[in-house]
Design a protein. Structure first.
Ligand SMILES: [Zn+2]
Length: 270
């Protein structure tokens, strides 16, 4: 079967990276059943021949108007699809959509009419925000990292930057590779407008990774691999914290001076 990925090497690479990350999410136990979502702005990888592709779906409403998405294209995980399936067959478990000129509707253009995730409005709202801000970020990831979610079952870790500080202090790379830390959003109904708004506010407060209490993370970065990496280093730090606790002691953590030195030497934002 023909695919939009044929003869579109850059686009193919982006989708292959999504598939690779989807496989990692499954292997890590972060993507049970149809859990998690990935949406990538692929407008820069779309050439004229893709722009000319006809719609293969009805016109769907986004449910909101997102003015900065005019003429944009996205690869989106399909609704009810599994990450472990997407890892092997990305164009059977996700699709390419075109945002129409009213910025309130979209159509699917390739490869199959796989309806995007029910989380599409919130993912697109985040992309709209990123474009409005002039951000280079093009990928958004939602997943359920076990140890990070477990942390949010403790009131202590829901306070501003308490989790950030503990995780950063476990191993220097955490601060170096997740330099904005872990934002916290209190529990809200999945898929709700309130949750999407709170997530955008947390990103606006200068976090790339936002924790949804008792649910999962939402991460943004330039590409899907980098978004995954930020979550991965944070969850690794949580695992080290837990390993120390399991050995029967409270981990000491790097000192404030050691963390400041890191920021100074590597020019980190916080
Ligand atoms: Zn979720």
């Amino acid at each position: 079967m023909e695919s939009v990925l044929d003869n579109h090497e850059e686009l193919k690479q982006v989708v292959e990276n999504v598939a690779e990350v989807a496989g990692y999410l499954w292997q890590k136990g972060w993507a049970e059943r149809n859990g998690g979502n990935i949406t990538v702005n692929i407008t820069e990888q779309v050439d004229e021949s893709v722009r000319q592709l006809p719609a293969i779906s009805p016109v769907y409403s986004i449910g909101t108007t997102l003015p900065h998405l005019k003429g944009c294209y996205f690869y989106c995980k399909g609704t009810n699809m599994r990450m472990r399936d997407l890892a092997r067959w990305p164009m059977d478990n996700g699709s390419v959509i075109r945002i129409l000129d009213d910025c309130a509707t979209y159509v699917i253009i390739a490869d199959k009419p796989v309806k995007p995730t029910s989380e599409l409005p919130s993912h697109l709202a985040v992309h709209n925000y990123l474009l409005a801000k002039g951000s280079p970020y093009r990928a958004s990831l939602h997943t359920h990292p076990i140890e990070l979610v477990a942390l949010t079952h403790s009131k202590k870790f829901l306070e501003e930057d308490v989790a950030t500080k503990v995780l950063w202090s476990m191993i220097p790379e955490t601060k170096a590779f997740c330099p904005r830390g872990l934002g916290m959003v209190p529990y809200m109904l999945p898929s709700s407008v309130e949750l999407a708004d709170a997530t955008i506010k947390a990103i606006d407060d200068d976090y790339d990774v936002v924790m949804w209490e008792k649910h999962g993370v939402f991460a943004v970065d330039t590409n899907i691999m980098s978004a995954f990496d930020q979550v991965d280093v944070l969850n690794k730090a949580a695992l080290i914290y837990i390993a120390a606790k399991n050995m029967g002691f409270e981990p000491e953590g790097m000192s404030d001076a050691q963390m400041k030195e890191l920021s100074d030497v590597f020019g980190l934002p916080k």
